[in-house]
Design a protein around this ligand. Structure first.
Ligand code: PEP
Length: 244
């Protein structure tokens, strides 16, 4: 049985004052039945982990493929662990677009994350042009194949399907379209990883909000959500948690 996961991606948002949202979330949901993860900017990982006190998991939004060295501005998986992180988002479409990250690089980062003991939340998803061209399953299948290292298991890897055109736009695929991609990903993962592929959580991400969360969570092979904008406020993220 896969435990549901509600993951929040704060992106480049938040200062120390924003940690009051974490306290409010924990106060309102002291014993959520699903797993809860928040991924703040790197500057807040340590402070959020301390504020969360183990009640919710805290993750990074990226890591370098190397453990240390001359890589100005980068942080390693080991450094995230040192700050109290247990997870790291990898291959988010904003990193693929803004920093030219390829699936091969995402795979190297995922290997580093798993070696350091982090759970890798690996993002895949098509652009609007790719969907319109009927390439969604090809794109998602290739990203999945290339981005995941051999050592991926149900315990150390989570997949987030995030159509690029649904991120931050208020637009979402139909439930049928979400089910089609999630069922396809499940079949691909089982074909490659067997039981471990069956155990991997598959999150949907892209304009999830309190009003659409319940129907998305009821969709085939959806084990939770990766939430951007609606994870910034405890009230919104809490309402999504309640829908899980
Ligand atoms: C995201 O960036 O991972 C995301 C899903 O954003 P939003 O929920 O704001 O669409």
């Amino acid at each position: 049985m896969r435990r549901k996961l509600a993951a929040g991606n704060w992106k480049m948002n938040g200062t120390k004052a924003s940690l009051s949202e974490v306290a409010a979330l924990i106060d309102a949901h002291p014993a959520p039945k699903s797993e809860v993860l928040l991924c703040p900017p790197a500057t807040l990982v340590a402070a959020m982990a301390e504020a969360a006190g183990g009640k919710i998991a805290v993750g990074g939004q990226d890591c370098h493929m190397k453990a240390s060295g001359a890589h100005t501005g980068d942080i390693s998986a080991e450094m995230l662990v040192d700050c109290g992180a247990t997870h790291v988002i990898l291959g988010h479409s904003e990193r693929r677009a803004d920093h030219g990250e390829t699936s091969a690089l995402v795979c190297a980062k995922a290997e580093a994350a798993l070696k350091a003991g982090l759970v890798a939340v690996v993002c895949v998803g098509e652009t609007e042009g790719q969907r319109d061209a009927g390439e969604t399953l090809d794109i998602v299948g290739t990203q999945l194949r290339v981005s995941l290292p051999e050592g991926a298991t149900g315990a150390n890897t989570v997949i987030a399907y995030e159509p690029v055109w649904a991120i931050g736009t208020g637009r979402t695929p139909t439930l049928e379209q979400i089910a089609e991609v999630h069922d396809f990903m499940r079949a691909e993962l089982v074909a490659r990883f067997g039981e471990e592929g069956a155990a991997m959580r598959l999150l949907y991400g892209g304009s999830v909000k309190p009003s659409n969360a319940a129907e998305i969570f009821a969709t085939s092979n959806v084990d939770g959500a990766l939430v951007g904008g609606a994870s910034l406020k405890a009230a919104d993220f809490g309402a999504i948690l309640t829908a899980l």
